[in-house]
Design a protein around this ligand. Structure first.
Ligand code: ASP
Length: 353
């Protein structure tokens, strides 16, 4: 529990959850920034380093959920993060939630949280804000401290007309967390798609209306898997694909497969036969694209499967896992819904930006 003057359990506060990443990383030497370990510094220390920038009216509570390199993110940890965020949102003392996270898989956690508690956050008018850094905490000019301050500001500022929801903040810009997609190995704004962001200090009205439309179209939150998650893998189509690769996957016992197709989303012809067999065997198939931006279309390559819209393959994988889990769980209200219905709830939202 935090011990600085900005912290409190008993009064309204912003909860800051630390999960690790480069923001909490340390380089072996300030001149060798690529040689570093993620998740070395605790969340309270990161907050102590920025305390001068936090308005006295904003009270914080820190909680270390994990301190890992996000490339090692596990489904168990996602469940833990999701449960912690949901619990905090319904706590009247928690006014907003900030999560520090590694950038490598932040898009997956962003899509996950948007899908399991985005509606709840919106209904309660609270913001959940993900952030991280591209430079380790002991870099000569680290980007983490400003990102953390911006995330605290975005989670705690009552902006007229701006709905609650799950957001992300990097390099002075804010976006919906479901729009995160790491597109660069080193750039300071690597996880953001520029067209879907707004400068945090000067909110762009067309971005805000896009956010509102996307939020208005959000369906009910999906349940968080509490036990083992459905097993879903990603298969990337490429020159020289061999059908044996798909045959091996089918025999492995997985429940679903996301196809990172080429261009509009098509897969190599040598995969079509085995993929049709996979569908007959009950494996859920989703079509995404490896292109990096834009939505997939229903290409005529012989396969009929669900479309991931503009979700990247890693995000489509999380969406498919949540959809399969929701369909298996079959709460009374949703008994007649299929995994395809749940998947569409995540993948089919208005495009903007
Ligand atoms: N490998 C780091 C992580 O995802 C990268 C980062 O945080 O930027 O934890």
């Amino acid at each position: 529990m935090a011990s600085n003057p900005n912290s409190s359990d008993e009064i309204p506060h912003i909860l800051v959850l630390g999960t690790g990443g480069t923001i909490a990383g340390l380089a072996s030497h300030p001149e060798a920034l690529a040689d570093y370990r993620s998740g070395e510094v605790g969340i309270q220390t990161l907050l102590d380093r920025v305390k001068e920038g936090i308005p006295p009216s904003v009270k914080l509570k820190a909680q270390q959920i994990a301190n890992i390199d996000s490339s090692d993110m596990s489904e168990e940890l996602l469940t833990q993060i999701g449960n912690a965020v949901k619990e905090s949102l319904v706590n009247p003392l928690v006014k907003g939630v900030v999560i520090t996270h590694g950038t490598d898989t932040i898009e997956e956690t962003g899509l996950f949280l948007s899908s399991v508690c985005g509606k709840l956050a919106q209904n309660l008018g609270k913001r959940v804000v993900l952030t991280g850094a591209m430079l380790p905490a002991n870099a000569p000019m680290p980007d983490g401290p400003q990102n953390l301050l911006d995330a605290i500001r975005w989670s705690s500022t009552a902006l007229e007309n701006c709905p609650g929801g799950v957001f992300a903040v990097f390099a002075g810009k804010v976006c919906l967390a479901r729009d995160l997609a790491k597109r660069h190995t080193t750039a300071l704004n690597a996880p953001l798609m520029d067209s879907q962001t707004s400068p945090i200090g000067l909110i762009n009205p067309s971005w805000l209306s896009g956010v509102k439309a996307a939020q208005a179209a959000l369906g009910e939150d999906l349940p968080i898997p509490q036990g083992s998650w459905p097993w879903v893998e990603i298969a990337t189509s490429h020159a020289g694909c061999k059908k044996q690769a798909i045959e091996v996957l089918i025999k492995s016992g997985l429940h679903g497969l996301v196809l990172a197709g080429t261009g509009l989303g098509g897969v190599h012809q040598s995969w079509v036969g085995p993929l049709q067999e996979a569908q007959k065997a009950g494996i859920a198939l989703v079509r995404a694209s490896r292109a990096g931006a834009g939505a997939v279309v229903d290409v005529k390559d012989g396969l009929i499967c669900e479309l991931a819209g503009s979700l990247t393959a890693p995000k489509a994988r999380i969406a498919l896992q949540l959809a399969l889990n929701a369909a298996n769980e079959g709460s009374d209200k949703s008994k007649s819904l299929t995994w395809q219905d749940f998947f569409a709830r995540i993948a089919v939202l208005p495009e903007y930006g």
